[in-house]
Design a protein around this ligand. Structure first.
Ligand code: IPE
Ligand code: IPE
Ligand code: MG
Length: 261
């Protein structure tokens, strides 16, 4: 399989990408750099089919594999997936345990794909609370992918935007306390630099599956000017064609950032 990199395309890699974009009706110049996805509706997808919720999560992992590969081949620079929110611990313990086991298994089984697809790997969210084996696999993936040059796959795990902002404010306050920083130096870019997402571009497009019109505490600071796109389809049934539709719609949006165009 050809490795496609949005950063450093070789001419041999560019040809399949160009063909893929053309087939999908997409213009390379109107693609978002960073796509973030709230992968919702695993439970509903399963329940609608008379299956246990766990089946929805299993099928959801298959969708992750498909969409990661598709986004990478289209030349998206970063894909951030909301895997587990800081509020999802409220779920029944057996579901939380299942999600942790599935996550660990996914991190291991996906490793060969990450390398083959030349993906970089990142994680956002609080490491505290996550089981040591999951942290170990996350760190392995980050380490093994650090030399890669393709799309960044960022997983949001035990992530909550408010918690992230609290952590950033604490880091800044400590620097002020230590006399390393003056309060007047605090501005938007300084806050951005202290978030988990520092050094990442803000998402241009935020996709949510399963129809809810809310953000569920995802990337609140970073999506100030992201384009929102919601589909009623549940995550386990989300296909490359749905991603193409979202990207085509994004390409037609007029982003004004408060100005006039
Ligand atoms: C998203 O699907 C996966 C996680 C939040 C872990 P849900 O499990 O929220 O599915 P619904 O919303 O109950 O259908
Ligand atoms: C958002 O989905 C979190 C993830 C997709 C990981 P939820 O299912 O937790 O969101 P709510 O509870 O419907 O807002
Ligand atoms: Mg949900």
């Amino acid at each position: 399989m050809a490795v496609i990199s949005s950063q450093s395309e070789s001419s041999s890699a560019a040809a399949p990408r160009t063909a893929k974009l053309a087939t999908a009706g997409l213009d390379a110049d109107r693609l978002p750099r960073h796509v973030a996805i709230i992968m919702d509706g695993n439970g509903r997808w399963a329940q609608e089919r008379g299956k246990p919720r766990a089946e929805g999560h299993l099928q959801g992992v298959q969708t992750v594999r498909t969409i990661v590969e598709e986004a990478s081949q289209l030349g998206i620079e970063q894909l951030t997936l909301y895997c587990l929110s800081s509020e999802n611990w409220k779920r029944p313990q057996p579901e939380v345990d299942f999600l942790m086991a599935l996550l660990q298994q996914y991190l291991i089984s996906q490793r060969a794909d990450l390398i083959e697809q030349n993906l970089r790997f990142a994680m956002i969210g609080r490491r505290e609370q996550l089981p040591a084996p999951v942290l170990h696999e996350l760190d392995e993936n980050i380490r093994l992918c650090s030399v890669n040059t393709g799309m960044t796959l960022c997983l949001a795990i035990n992530y909550g935007a408010r918690a992230e902002i609290v952590d950033a404010v604490k880091r800044i306050a400590r620097k002020v306390e230590a006399g390393e920083l003056s309060a007047d130096a605090v501005d938007e870019s300084l806050i951005t630099d202290h978030l988990d997402t520092h050094a990442m571009p803000d998402p241009d497009l935020m996709i949510r599956t399963a129809g809810e019109m809310r953000l569920s505490n995802f990337l609140l600071w970073q999506i100030s000017y992201a384009e929102l796109w919601v589909t009623s389809r549940c995550w386990p049934e989300f296909e490359p064609a749905d991603l193409h539709q979202a990207l085509r719609d994004y390409g037609r949006r007029v982003r004004r950032f408060g100005g006039l165009k």
